[in-house]
Design a protein around this ligand. Structure first.
Ligand code: 4NP
Length: 173
């Protein structure tokens, strides 16, 4: 089934399918990489999971990911060039099961929009799948160099490996 939400198409699968949302500020550097890497691994592992991303910076709405994110993903044979930046919407609390943020700023912006404890329970730092409770941040690479994007990829690669393991072992369901 397809429904519209805040000008964007949202593909609604059956309620049993896990839906994961990756969140950063611009939705052009980190969260598109997180979405692309996890989608790639979900497909490789023949899992049925929905993965999306969004941000909070309206300047980039509708734009493709930053070319440096596209390039680093491409170097690992992952194509993220078809993604389009979009904004976080409060309705996403009802759609997604896990809302994974990159840094403290993202966490605060998502948490500020939570209207009930169930909403907030869905939100966590993505790196907490690797080091629970540490609240490790994925630094914003936007004003950085190519190596910063490579480092972003490596952190997200580690986190998404763990997410796949959590799903496969039914620790996430
Ligand atoms: P992202 O990086 O949050 O990882 O997508 C950023 C991209 C753009 C901006 C900030 C962060 N910006 O301010 O335009």
């Amino acid at each position: 089934m397809i429904t519209t939400c805040n000008h964007f198409l949202i593909y609604k699968h059956s309620t049993s399918v896990m839906k994961i949302l990756m969140v950063c500020l611009g939705n052009i550097c980190r969260s598109p990489l997180a979405e692309g890497i996890l989608k790639h691994k979900i497909k490789e592992n023949h899992l049925d999971v929905v993965v999306d991303s969004c941000g909070f910076e309206s300047y980039h709405i509708g734009c493709e990911p930053d070319y440096r994110s596209i390039e680093v993903a491409k170097s690992y044979s992952i194509d993220i060039s078809n993604q389009k930046a979009r904004l976080f919407d409060e309705t996403f609390f009802k759609i997604y099961d896990k809302i994974l943020v990159m840094d403290k700023n993202n966490y605060r912006m998502v948490a500020d929009r939570a209207s009930m404890p169930d909403d907030l329970n869905k939100v966590d730092f993505i790196m907490n799948v690797v080091s629970p409770g540490r609240d490790q941040e994925i630094p914003d690479p936007y004003y950085g160099r190519k190596q910063d994007f490579v480092n972003t990829f490596k952190l997200l690669d580690e986190a998404t490996d763990r997410i796949v393991e959590l799903i496969k072992t039914k620790q996430w369901q």
